[in-house]
Design a protein around this ligand. Structure first.
Ligand SMILES: *Cc1c(COP(=O)(O)O)cnc(C)c1O
Length: 405
């Protein structure tokens, strides 16, 4: 059973990684089996945590199973990489120590003088890295509203080498038409990269829409238990894969084996968790959209979302991420401090519900003008619906809203 999925973790050919993109198996089956097989030395059904920095070579230049040094390759990391690649429908996965390290590894294919067209409403740490670190090294960035693919096309210059997108965006839940963006990139000969953290491959698979690279903060839904910081890049492109594995080796932003193992345990339940996040997110959004203290709500699963039709076309579910405008900082503060189940914290995508205030937390690093252009006001509250009983979640938020000024 599942022989096709028990690919060799100890395959001597490290590049390319063995493909786990076995179309014979559906999503939840791949989530549990892809990239894994029983440990050959003991039969242990779980891939071991290979907590080692190096590997013995019985003869010079002849390592036992192709492994030489753990920055370059580690079997636990390989298993995670193959697993997430299979979920995104790509041949190659490259794991990094955080989502930002994964994004940086992509952009490091560029050189000083190269230009990137980026969605303007990404996770706040992304433009911070672009502007204050990579910009200083000579890479230029232009920010556009990805809801209009024509703006992406118009921002392309002769020196543009990457189109960087995020959809749904954090925290405004804007949607980019991925097939249209991929086509613009293809026509111009420019690779496209999408941050798929909010949707997860359970709800949206950008590679199937023609996108070249998918990045994740696996810290969020992919691991799903708020106990690891990690990142991943998935691609089907041989040259990009070579670059990404070279970045692991040459610049070293890798995850440790224990974090890889924990994340792999998380991805096994991605299908069941996302089903619950989707259900709770939808029910909570429907409740909030009718609440008198909610001035506006951003959730792509609501027919009132201006891009609901597009979202329905390219996504199969809308996750647990919701943002609401409550009208003032005073009311926003009362709401985020007034919930009991929703914990006030940055981050998202864990089994437990979280609530936050983008203007002072996740997007505090974004300059106020850029923030205002995106609609991130002082009255904006972001919710990450966990997988608790939804009646309790609704009652919790209702209580905080009712008590707010
Ligand atoms: C959190 C997040 C990141 C950054 O990931 P880290 O793992 O915190 O480095 C990038 N993109 C999105 C959409 C995120 O939510």
């Amino acid at each position: 059973m599942f022989r096709g999925l028990f690919h060799c973790m100890h395959d001597k050919t490290r590049y390319p990684l063995p493909s786990m993109n076995d179309r014979d198996y559906r999503f939840a089956t791949r989530a549990i089996h892809a990239g894994q097989r029983p440990d050959p030395s003991t039969g242990a059904i779980m891939p071991p945590v290979y907590q080692t920095s190096t590997y013995v070579q019985p003869a010079l230049g002849e390592p036992v199973a192709g492994y030489e040094y753990a920055r370059v390759t580690n079997p636990t990391r390989d298993a995670l990489q193959a697993n997430v690649a299979a979920l995104e429908g790509g041949r190659y996965g490259a794991a990094f120590g955080s989502g930002l390290a994964a994004i940086e590894a992509v952009v490091k294919r560029l050189s000083a003088g190269d230009h990137v067209v980026s969605e303007e409403n990404t996770y706040g740490g992304t433009p911070r890295m672009f502007n204050t670190v990579l910009g200083r090294l000579g890479i230029e960035f232009t920010y556009v509203d990805g809801r209009d693919p024509e703006l992406i096309r118009k921002a392309i210059r002769t020196d543009t080498r990457l189109i960087y997108l995020e959809t749904p965006t954090n925290p405004m839940m804007r949607i980019t038409d991925l097939a249209a963006a991929a086509e613009i990139g293809r026509q111009a000969g420019i690779p496209t990269c999408v941050d798929n953290t909010f949707a997860t491959p359970y709800n949206q698979r950008p590679l199937e829409l023609g996108i070249d690279l998918v990045v994740h903060s696996t810290t969020k839904y992919m691991n799903g238990h708020s106990d690891v910081v990690g990142g991943m890049v998935v691609t089907d492109d041989d040259d990009w894969a070579e670059h990404l594995y070279y970045m692991q080796k040459a610049t070293g932003g890798i995850p440790g084996p224990m974090d890889a193992w924990l994340t792999l345990r998380g991805t096994k339940t991605l299908a069941v968790r996302m089903e619950a996040h989707n259900r709770n997110g939808q029910a909570l959004a429907e409740f909030l959209s009718g609440h008198p203290k909610v001035v506006a709500i951003n959730y792509p699963g609501l027919p009132s979302h201006p891009q609901h039709e597009l979202a329905t076309r390219q996504m199969t579910g809308f996750s647990g991420m919701i943002s609401i405008e409550v009208g003032s900082l005073e009311r926003a503060r009362a709401v985020v401090e007034g919930t009991r189940i929703f914990a006030l914290a940055e981050s998202l995508g864990g089994v437990e519900s979280l609530i936050g205030h983008p203007a002072t937390q996740t997007h505090a690093a974004v300059d106020p003008e850029h923030r205002a252009a995106m609609g991130i006001t002082d009255g904006l509250v972001r919710l990450s619906a966990g997988i608790e009983d939804v009646e309790d979640l609704i009652a919790d938020v209702a209580g905080a809203l009712d008590a707010a000024p």
